[in-house]
Structure formats: C-alpha cells, structure tokens
Design a protein. Sequence first.
Lengths: 349, 127
Amino acid sequence: MNALEQLTRAPLAAIEFSNILLTQGDAEIGVSPKDVVWTHRATTLYRYRSNQRTHPVPVLLVFALINRPDIFDLRRGNSFVEFLLDEGFDVFLLDWGVSEEEGSDIGLDTYVLDYLHSGIRETLRTAEQEEVSLVGWCIGGALSAMYGALEPSGPVRNMVLLTTPLDTKGSLYASWVARDSFDVDQVADVMPVIPGASIDALNKMMKPVTNYWTTYRRLWEQVLEGSAKREAYQAMAKWVNDNPPFVGRAYREWITSMYKRNELVRNRMRLRGRRVDLTKIEQNLLVVTAGADHIAPREGTLPLLDLVSSEDVTHLDKVGGHIGLMAGSRARKETWPDIADWLRARSDR
Amino acid sequence: MNSRPSPTEEVKRLYEEAESRTAKAMEGLVARDSFGELLAKVTENVMSLTKIGNEAMDMAVRNLRVAGRQDIVRLGRQLARTEDKLELVLQEVEQLQDQLRASQDGDPSSDATGSKAPARKTARSSQ
C-alpha cells in the first residue's frame, strides 16, 4: 500500500481502530457453559458441561491471583477448556473471584490450605473420583506446587505447572520489590487490597514500549491493511485489562516469601507452621516453560525439576511468552495437544 | 532485477528499527538499580499520601455520624468469618453423612469425599 492509499484509508481506519478499543469491554470471554459447584467467600468452583467425558480423572484448573481465569477459556475456537472438553476430560475451574477489603485477611495459607484444598475436595465429590489432575498457571502454579508439597499423599495424581515462578533470584521483578527500600509492609498496611491496575502497571513496566505503544501501533497497522483480527484482539485486551485486586495480606506474603527471601525454592516457606518442602512433591509432574517469558523466566522454574521426588517428570520448553504460550495463536497446535497427551496417558484408572 | 524498497517501505523500516531500539533502551532503563530505587521511593510517597488521605476522609465521615469505610469493612469481615464457620460445619455434616451412608451400606471403605476410599486420602486442613 503506497502513501497515498494509506492516507485515503486513514480516516476510516481511525474510526475502526477507535471502535475496536472503545468496544473491547463488550467482547465475550469465558463463555463455555459451566455450572457452579461450590462457592466460599469470593472463590467459586465451576464444572464445565460436557457429554463426552471419557477420562475418569478430572482436571482442575487454577489460575493466578492477579488476572481473571477466563484466559483458560478465552473465546470460542481459542479456548483451552473447549480443547480439553473435546479431548474427553472432565474440566473444573477454581476461580479466586474478586476480593474486596473484607477479604484482606486472606493469606497464601488460606488460598492453599483452605480454598485450593476445598476446591479439590469438591471436585472429587462432584466427579465421584478419588484423584485429580491439577493444572496451575503462573501464581496458580506456585500455589499448586505448594499444595503438592504439603499434601504429597493427597488426591492429586498429576500436576501441570505452566510458566510458574518459583526461584525469583535475579529476576527483574525481584530487582524492584526485593530491595529493602521497597516497603511491602507499608503497602499492605495502607492498602487492604492492592488495586489490580497498579499490579498490572508494574508488570507492563517490564516492557514499557511493547506494552504501552507497540501493541497499539501494530493494531493500527493491521486495521489500515484490513487484516486486523478484531475478535482475537478484543478478547485478549479485555482479559489483560481485567485485573482483580491483590489481597493485602497475600500480597505481603507473596512479595516477602517469594521475592525478598526467595523461600519457596529453598524449601523454607511455611504455611500455618508447615514447611513447604518441594522435595516432597511426588505427583506425576509436567512443567511447561516459555522461552520468551519475562514475567516468570524459564530459569526461575527449572530448579523445580531437580528438587521434586516425582518419578514421572516431564519438561516442555515452548516458544512464546508468559501468556502467549497458552493463549497465543500457536497454542492450539503447539502447546495444548502436548498437555492433553500427557494428561491422557495418566488419567485412566 | 533488484527491486528497491519504496520510500514508504523505507520509512516504515526505519521507524520500526527506531521503535525496537527504544524498546530495548527502555527495558535496559527499567532494569537499572536506580530505577528500582526510584520506584520504591515513589511507592513509599504514594502510600504515605494515600494513608493521610484515607485517615482524613474516614475522620470526616465518622464525625458526620455515618458509617465509614472501615465500619463497613468490619461488618463485611464479620460476615466472611461467619461464612468460614458455616463452611466448616457443612464439611463436617458432609463427612458425617458419608460415614452414615457407609455404615448403612456396610462399606467401610467409603470416605469423606463421598466416593470410595481413595488410595491417597485428602487430609483436612486445620484452621
């Protein structure tokens, strides 16, 4: 397209571009039919509807605390949940919900020992099964690993950890929040819940130009060329900008244990007095890392492979970023089938 | 024949190159120790101002003899704690129901999950 053509198309493209941005809130995400199985405070356990459950061991999806779990079921045709259902799995989702100030007493121990524990219990009761596959992503992966370490002889048969931060030493985020001058106690005292937007802003600050400029510049170019994928962009943008607040106590514990003291990977973390010893993890383990992950760099996940006692350990290293690994355009062909194959081989009686 | 890029393509290429370099430079900038220090100080200042603002607002609302944010949060927390206790009671009831059902069926292997006793049993977490 030459300069004159671009100039002619620009007014229409500007209207289309602004329309995509202004209406992104209307994008439908997380729409696969599901039923509420259990609720407690803000946390909800869902079971996705399916009439083709062939694998007895149910799959429980656990996402991070700083974004909504809709990313597992982003949009029709590009949904990990939909994919798993088509593969014959019985899929459950543990949604942490949106906690407000009254939930500021929730800590990592509550998430792991109460909510995740109860979520697993209710999953087993509902599916009428004795074992479950736990799929944790990002902080959800770290919480799953903590649970696996605390309950090695529990009902988790398989554990899948996706782009999970475990060893934070040397990471960019640690260079910001692990320093003494970053007073996490002050933050958590003043803010009973940390606004999701501020957590998101800090994450985006890791790649400021890419997140605040290049994304929009690329969209503009695609609109100008007529190749913009409106639905895909809006679904992802809506999810990215939907940031629930991080509960103050959990935030304090997360920053202190994971970044300031790096306790988890050193097996020094304690939840309600119980030591979280990663060497106790015995479940079948699949660890998926992404080569271009700047939020949970691969180097921060790999130490787990040497720590665990599991006899069945698989590591998949994929191309992509922290989210793109599972929700990008290549995920359906390159990541999901591998995860489904791994689960399938370990999900029968 | 060698096709030369058009002026538009050349401008685009130069722009993308500049953007890419800026992105790398900015990533280098935010990775610097001084940026981390700046971020920590700014956070501290913002938190201090927020604290002063919150306290002033709360005092003003309380002096008007209406429920302030803290009062509502306190009420919400009481409700949440009641829900916590109800959840524990519910789980106890479910366990007892399962045990009762198991004893009626004469099946000692049934467990608290409502299914047959698992090889790996769920341990109840303590409060």
